[in-house]
Design a protein around this ligand. Structure first.
Ligand code: GDP
Ligand code: IMO
Ligand code: MG
Length: 429
């Protein structure tokens, strides 16, 4: 019963979608288990480029069961648009199932997300503005609406009457914003419910049956561990309950920790971050600009330019630890193809002291001065390389040094966004 979790080890956008797509070929079920459409997972295949927000990245394989797990917050309008886009491009969604226990992102959530950011002023998180944090806050406050409620008009009517009254109080009294109209919201969301109802199931049953039948289940994480509510650079984090860490996969899909066999962490060959918060190795010079341009580092979900920096081995070793990784996957090696010199951060200097473990405090991280080790670049294109032996020696040395610093084996190196652009060092399925 192989259940494999795949998580992002940095600040998101590590290439999870591309790796899930690769692994999906051999999986029976592919599931998302956390977050919402703040995620953007890119898959490139023979049909073109897909930027998936809520639908698992296995969807392009015909007949593959894809599940939106109970741990997600689903914007029904965004999901319907995503389904329609996939269908219009010839990708069937008949095997897409949505948990009846997942949270629904309601129209007041994005409104509150933006108003909240304004209230925070200088301390704004730099959220995507899609209302995901507020939707999970409502889940915890026990005023969320679940998918099972949405698809039952009578239950939904009762629930919405109570919840919308509560939220309108918050909107008008706390934020001085306008109240939302019950009839309008009810009519619009009933329609979404009817459209999505054929996909809604108790999805944990499907997963259990697959695992009992020795089928492979792939659990696709969102975001990156440094954006996690517990492990991340709090308060500059995303808010998902359950967490997008590997441990959250059990809760977000409805299985137990004993059922997870392997955990893979996806890491870029350098660091990026979208939004605010500390990033010790961020580059403000020409190298940072070059990484952004070579890597086209602009957000998949929001189009914002990503902040770029050298690989941070403290942060990466830390996320390997808190996820209990069995192996790491190294992406975007090719983006560094033209650099003469490549740097790796091996420690921080904070208040005159050398620090080797990633600190919890945002204040310390903001004061951290990265100490770099320099390695020669390889100055050769790697996008066409498919075997480890054919990688330039300097590139192999770079991978091996990162592996050593992280303390986790690197099982796969990705040298381009297309399905076949990877080098396998170890079997990952
Ligand atoms: P995710 O959120 O982790 O799924 O990552 P995103 O899809 O948001 O961002 C990753 C971007 O990198 C996408 O545009 C991918 O097509 C691209 N990508 C993935 N792996 C590689 C790689 O090895 N090399 C290059 N050049 N691009 C890659
Ligand atoms: P994937 O799955 C990169 C960031 C936002 C912001 C912070 C909080 O594609 O890797 P939120 O809207 O979630 O409350 O914003 O988290 N963020 C991501 N950054 N990739 C993501 O997902 C992200 N999801 C959230 O930019 O800094
Ligand atoms: Mg992304």
């Amino acid at each position: 019963m192989p259940a494999i979790v795949l998580i992002g080890g940095q600040w998101g956008d590590e290439g999870k979608g591309r790796i899930v797509d690769l692994l999906s070929e051999k999986a029976h079920i592919v599931t998302r288990y956390s977050a919402g459409n703040n995620a953007g997972h890119t898959v490139i295949n023979e049909r073109g480029t897909f930027r998936l927000r809520l639908v698992p990245a296995g969807i392009c394989y015909p007949g593959k069961i894809c599940i939106i797990g109970n741990g997600m917050a689903v914007n029904p309008k965004a999901l319907i648009e995503e389904i329609e886009d996939l269908e219009s491009r010839g990708v069937s969604t008949t095997h897409l199932f949505i948990s009846d226990r997942c949270q629904v992102v309601m129209p007041y959530h994005p409104i509150i997300d933006r108003l909240d950011e304004k209230l925070r002023g200088e301390n704004a998180v730099g959220t995507t503005g899609y209302g995901i944090g507020p939707a999970f806050a409502d889940k915890v406050a026990r005023i969320g609406i679940r998918m099972g409620d949405l698809i039952d008009p009578r239950v939904f009517e009762d629930r919405l009457r109570y919840v919308l009254n509560y939220k309108n109080n918050v909107l008008t009294r706390l934020y001085g914003a306008e109240a939302l109209d019950f009839d309008q919201v009810y009519a619009e969301y009933c329609e979404y419910g009817m459209r999505l109802a054929p996909h809604v199931r108790d999805t944990s049953v499907i997963v259990h049956e697959a695992l009992a039948g020795d089928e492979t289940v792939l659990l696709e994480g969102a975001q990156g561990s440094l954006l996690d509510l517990d492990a991340g650079t709090y308060e500059f984090v995303s808010a998902s309950v359950p967490s997008s860490l590997a441990a959250g996969a059990c809760i977000g899909i409805g299985i137990g920790p004993t059922q997870i066999d392997r955990v893979y962490g996806v890491y870029k060959a350098y660091m990026t971050r979208v939004g605010n918060g500390p990033m010790p190795t961020e580059l403000f010079d020409n190298d940072g600009e070059r990484i952004r341009e070579m890597g086209q580092e602009y957000g998949t979900a929001t189009g914002r330019p990503r902040r770029c920096g050298w690989f941070d081995s403290l942060a990466s070793r830390y996320t390997a630890r808190v996820n209990g990784l069995t192996a790491a996957i190294f992406t975007r090696m090719d983006v560094l193809d033209t650099f003469e010199e490549i740097k790796i951060c091996t420690s921080y200097r904070i208040d005159g002291k050398e620090i080797l473990e990633f600190p919890a405090s945002v204040g310390q991280l903001n004061r951290a001065q990265p100490v770099f080790e320099s390695m020669p670049g390889w100055n050769t294109p790697t996008t066409g390389v498919r075997n480890w032996e054919d990688l330039p020696e300097a590139a192999r040395n770079y991978v091996k040094r990162v592996e050593e610093l992280m303390g986790v084996p690197i099982a796969l190196v990705s040298v381009g966004p297309e399905r076949d652009q990877f080098i396998s060092l170890d079997s990952i399925l």
